[in-house]
Design a protein around this ligand. Structure first.
Ligand code: FES
Length: 279
């Protein structure tokens, strides 16, 4: 599949002042209120055309994360589970059937597009990195100006509720930090989707999340502290996220903290300020 080139510098210059907070009403809009032309095209391409569903449209409460396979029912491994609650055991079974041991799925949570990835961290963390066995990497993060923002390990020492690598799951907000399209996970067939893993959070290796709009790549195994800003107000915020590996996106995607309810994947609304950049 041929990807569209990125526009020159649009969206790459964000002013960063102040802090940001949101109320629930604002939060519920973030899934579908950005630049309507870009978003409409993306929704059509990825099958999110019916994302304007009620928060609990598929059953479950506000904290439930549901599979989203609209238009990809025959293609995605979770196609038959559209709008069913995400279960960790589903991801484990799918990962066991893959060469690299990872799996990923698009979802919807509180009306927002999300992507959940399974990474066999607990099984592989003690093996040499040179084995190229996938695991989460806690890394230093830098803003769009190349300034150091923080290190994931230090952040997690103070905020362990945001992300637990030994749960083997990471959920990220699925609105690209470039122009707010909705990235997929291995949706596009090109050289970046090889079924492998390499360390460093760079642009080599497969198992990346792609934004189909202009081919930004994100590494769901590379966890970092980063900084982004609201496009309308310039209000800035720091967040724990997954690393931008390549393409025009300026920074990585924010993590949404997972809460396990038995085998069911749920999520916390404690960090919604991180999701405001497309507002
Ligand atoms: S919106 Fe341009 S790369 Fe994602």
């Amino acid at each position: 599949m041929k990807l569209r080139p990125a526009p020159a510098t649009e969206g790459s210059e964000l002013s960063m002042v102040g802090d940001v907070s949101v109320n629930r009403r604002q939060f519920m809009r973030y899934g579908f209120n950005a630049a309507s032309g870009v978003l409409a095209a993306t929704l059509g391409a990825l099958g999110f055309a019916s994302i304007l569903l009620p928060p609990s449209g598929g059953g479950g409460g506000d904290s439930a994360v549901l599979y989203w396979a609209k238009g990809r029912e025959d293609e995605a491994w979770y196609g038959a589970k559209h709008l069913q609650p995400m279960m960790k055991s589903d991801f484990e079974a799918e990962a066991a059937a893959s060469n690299v041991g990872m799996s990923g799925a698009q979802g919807v949570w509180n009306g927002l597009p999300v992507i959940v990835n399974y990474v066999p961290h607990s099984q592989n963390a003690a093996t040499p990195v040179s084995d190229n066995s996938p695991r989460f990497q806690e890394m230093a993060g830098y803003d769009i100006g190349g300034n150091y923002v923080g290190h994931a390990t230090e952040y997690l020492l103070g905020n362990p509720d945001v992300f637990d690598p030994n749960n083997n799951l990471v959920m990220s907000f699925a609105r690209c930090t470039h122009l707010c399209c909705i990235p997929g996970w291995q949706l596009v067939s090109n050289s970046f989707t090889d079924d492998n893993w390499t360390p460093g959070g760079g642009d080599d290796g497969g198992s990346k999340m792609f934004c189909i709009c202009h081919s930004s790549r994100f590494d769901p195994t590379a966890i970092e502290v980063n900084r982004n800003a609201n496009r309308s107000t310039g209000a800035s915020f720091e967040y724990l996220g997954i690393r931008r590996a390549g393409g025009p996106a300026p920074v990585g995607l924010p993590i949404i903290p997972i809460i396990m309810n038995g085998d069911t994947i749920e999520a916390s609304t404690d960090y919604t300020g991180w999701l405001t950049y497309c507002d």
